[in-house]
Design a protein around this ligand. Structure first.
Ligand SMILES: C[S@@+](CC[C@H](N)C(=O)[O-])C[C@H]1O[C@@H](n2cnc3c(N)ncnc32)[C@H](O)[C@@H]1O
Ligand code: SF4
Length: 430
């Protein structure tokens, strides 16, 4: 994305405005709403199916945790907000409004900041998306997952294709150009041909952003048990690889630019919030089980921390009420740990990691010094999967599909680099 580019009111920060490592005063905010109506067969996210929800206490606690974490951090400016879950479209619109008011009261929330809400197609076919827009939401991410009745049943979704289309239409009317759809492939019973037909159907109804997820079999889920018992079988790896390959081509032909492993946008309708993660910029996470990455005040502007909030909503609420926040785990990221995140996240982007971006996290050693001499990295380059040149480090079109195999090689090289002693003249003793 070009510096300073404006995409339909979505602010994309240029490198002049913000260092690639992110200013410690600026961060994005993730808000986790942990409740769902029903457990989908494949999902192991942090979600709960409650008998009732105490909306008032949840709202107060989210507001309190935002206040506390903003105070504990150096963050004075929030660049984007993402309400994820769980099913945040089940939250009351007053909760969303209250959260955004808290942000504005304790930090600067840019007028055009992207504010996304994940939306589940409503089983009743009716949602209150208009009220969410009044509360400050300006982008929707709709969990369509599939437009095939049978697939939706396998996934254990509580909506049918018609309800998904209705919700999508409502979202598009309210936020034209700012609606994303989540679609899954690799679903039991799906073939490459049926997936291609389904994707064509998605393309007829979708807006300018598509997220494609390969269904992964997660331990502890109902689907995992079904597969283990031999009642259901997952498509073979070569089939899912073909599905991904053909989806990339179909989306490209429809004018979508792939900017990340799973994300495609046309008219530059990229998600600035998610770009922040992939560019390893700081973020604050509030709500049960939320993750965050920011520099706490006490550590004096140097060390970034990885934070995880308490998972279970009732415990989370109690801890927030007692301590102002419910951070369960805090890990100070080492220089190596930070660079691992820069690699793992940055290589998901088609733009990869520029030298300037890397230098913002590693001013002393550049990408060539860390990876250039490695025989394994050179092999990946010769095979056409990886590119390390004057621009920086990135995957080729083929390489992006093999990222899970490429990353361990790079992380091992990084580890070798950090564990190799440095000689008196500053060189690594290889
Ligand atoms: C956890 S959901 C939350 C949003 C919303 N509740 C929904 O279901 O649409 C976020 C996205 O993660 C993806 N996801 C969740 N579990 C997955 C799995 N096992 N494999 C692949 N994608 C998954 C789904 O596509 C979903 O849209
Ligand atoms: S996929 Fe979404 S709706 Fe289904 S259980 Fe997971 S978080 Fe809830």
């Amino acid at each position: 994305m070009c510096p300073g580019e404006q995409a339909r009111g979505i602010k994309v920060y240029s490198s002049q405005e913000q260092s690639p490592a992110g200013h410690p005063e600026q961060a994005s905010l993730y808000v986790h709403w942990p409740y769902c109506l029903k457990r989908c067969s494949y999902c192991n996210f942090n979600k709960y199916i409650p008998r009732s929800v105490n909306n008032e206490v949840m709202t107060e606690c989210l507001q309190q945790e935002i206040r506390t974490l903003l105070q504990l951090s150096h963050v004075s400016q929030i660049s984007s907000v993402f309400f994820g879950g769980g099913t945040p479209s089940l939250a009351q619109t007053s909760t969303v409004a209250a959260v955004l008011e808290s942000v504005s009261a304790h930090a600067r929330l840019h007028e055009h900041a992207e504010v996304t809400l994940e939306v589940n197609p409503a089983p009743s076919g009716r949602t209150a998306l208009r009220d969410f827009v009044s509360a400050g939401v300006n982008r929707f991410s709709v969990g369509v997952q599939s437009l095939n009745e049978f697939s939706l049943r396998v996934l254990g979704r509580d909506h049918d294709p018609q309800q998904a289309l209705q919700t999508l239409e409502e979202a598009r009317t309210l936020c034209p150009g700012r609606v994303s759809v989540d679609v899954m492939f690799g679903i039991p019973g799906q073939s490459v041909a049926s997936w291609e037909r389904e994707l064509e159907e998605v393309l007829r109804v979708c807006d300018d952003h598509v997220s494609l997820y390969q269904l992964t079999l997660e331990r502890g889920t109902h689907l995992y048990k079904q597969v283990e018992q031999g009642n259901v079988s997952m498509p073979a790896d070569d089939v899912t690889a073909s599905m991904y390959k053909s989806a990339r081509k179909v989306l490209e032909q429809a004018g979508f630019l792939q900017y990340e492993v799973s994300n495609f946008a046309r008219h530059n309708a990229v998600s600035t919030h998610n770009l922040g993660y992939w560019r390893a910029q700081p973020y604050i996470g509030v709500g049960p089980g939320a993750h965050g990455r920011f520099v706490p005040r006490a550590l004096g502007l140097i060390h970034r921390e990885a934070r995880t909030q308490t998972l279970e909503p009732d415990f989370w609420m109690r801890e927030v009420q007692q301590h102002g926040h419910a951070t369960r785990r805090r890990i100070q990221l080492s220089q190596q740990g930070l660079l691992e995140e820069v690699l793992v996240m940055g290589l998901r982007l088609t733009e990869g990691i520029s030298h300037k971006h890397w230098a913002a996290f590693s001013p002393e050693v550049n990408l060539h010094q860390v990876l250039g001499a490695s025989a394994d990295v050179q092999k990946l380059q010769q095979r056409g999967f990886l590119i390390l040149d004057d621009r920086g480090l990135r995957c080729s079109w083929e390489g992006l599909a093999l990222l899970d195999g490429i990353l361990p090689v790079l992380l091992l090289e990084l580890d070798t680099f950090f564990s190799t002693p440095t000689s008196a003249d500053g060189h690594k003793e290889i």
